[in-house]
Unconditional design. Structure first.
Length: 70
């Protein structure tokens, strides 16, 4: 999937970015690289992969529930 310079200009406008024509060409190429990589990732077979919600096994640190009088 590729986007045109006009589509990149529209995205830049939505993001309130004032880009020159040279910057717009670079921005368009960068967006296309991101979309190409996302498309590449979608082709990976993840059928037998368990979802990972967090990379580390963390436990929520809770303070003791104690009544305090100020």
């Amino acid at each position: 999937m590729t986007i045109s310079i006009d589509a990149a200009r529209h995205v830049a406008n939505l993001a309130r970015l004032a880009l020159s024509e040279d910057e717009l060409k670079i921005y368009t190429q960068q967006l296309n690289n991101i979309l190409d990589y996302a498309q590449e990732l979608q082709q990976l077979n993840t059928d037998n992969i368990q979802p990972t919600y967090h990379s580390l096994q963390l436990k929520t640190q809770l303070r003791p529930d104690e009544a305090k009088i100020d």
